[in-house]
Design a protein around this ligand. Sequence first.
Ligand code: C2O
Ligand code: CU
Ligand code: CU
Length: 470
Amino acid sequence: MFACDRRGFLKAAIGLPAGYGLATSLRGAEPARSAGLVEVDLEAQQTWMNVAGQNAYLFGFNGQVPGPIIEAHPGDHVRIRFRNSLPEMTNLHYHGLHVTPNGNGDNSFLEVGSGESLTYEFDLPMDHPGGTFWYHPHMHGSVARQVSRGLAGVFIVRGELDQIPEIADAPEAVLVLQDFDLTRGGLPVEPGLMERMAGREGDLVTVNGQVNPPIRIQRDGWIRLRILNASSSRFYRLRLEEHPLYLVAVDGGALPAPEEHEEILLTPGERIEVMVRGARPEGSYRLLSLPYSRGGMGMGMMGGMGGATSRTITLATVVYEGQAVRTWGLPQQLVGVDPLPASSVRRSFQFGQGMGMGMMGGGGMTFTINGRTFNPNRVDTRSALGSVEEWEFINPTMMDHPMHIHTNPFQVLGSDGSPIRAWKDVVLVRANSRSRVRTAFRDFTGKAMYHCHLLDHEDLGMMGVLEIQG
Ligand code: C2O
Ligand code: CU
Ligand code: CU
């Protein structure tokens, strides 16, 4: 039976941590379902594990890197029983989910002490977009360290794209991109201040905790890749040798139509879904990350400044195996979203770098938004429930900063000022440039955060508090 063959094929698609590389269910054949309960036990632990064939002393969820895939549907109630077995304080954030930021929901102000437990609980709205989301710690000051030691996992919300047969009938693989900096003995290396300012990068670049794993594809068949950049700072300029990438979804959901790309830049925190077709002669093709310069500190004598310019890396290898029993083309139309209306509420957020203005650790380097570093006890931006706003991010620095907003996704405004019809939650603001987004505060009140997703910058102060008021 086709379904069975496909299941068997999927199991082999990519080795590794529970769920990664496996399609978790067969779309299309699934009956309409009523709202359910998604219950997960997650334990953050410091433990020896095998990463890229070597022993590494990392932080993992349930002993694995990346953490287990959580999968839910719109309308589901999600309950995550979280236990912190790390030797330090931490917490969890559900990146990109449109859920309440209050109480035990996606509340990044919560703290879970070492040895303590906390149950996170929230409802996914019935109209929550389907997409690839993720979870990771958000403990201010420790985010870069905790995430770069491995704490990250994918949270899939099934949705409209999964109803489109040409997409749903393709096997699916999840690729989590993480980089680690380890000693020969497998201990994580803590970067110095200079590297933190540039944004730490590790030499060991992994996909689902492996170096260059195979991704199996059938000749004439399709595969759907969900790719998450869970690295602290590394940018991935993705290209698959001799294969165009058909982009079907970005951070928070599907595009209005597939877009063909030679390469796609994936900055920290971002996700994409791409379709790849086995349309070349049988063989092996490398999924590459090409060099990209994300800028430096602009401090003259320091020139390159840490790992800000990356080399070419082979992330994974697409290997042809077998022949598809049938083939098809992609549809002209996917999903997309209605463009948000223009708004007279406009705000601007100017980035900066400061020396010695930090309140933490007695001076040193800080990163600022509108001249200020993060203060959890201050509200920087107050927005009214029911409003639409336009936010402009102004980056006069010499480094790229990928900006992220919690709770409500946004639409990026194109160069002509009109919104791109897809939900994003990270927008790249390149060195010496600006980016504009439009967002709507439709349902949730409460406090949320916005910050640079170069996690060292977030830890060094580049974060603000938004309060949505009813
Ligand atoms: Cu992925 Cu506030 O973070
Ligand atoms: Cu987030
Ligand atoms: Cu930054």
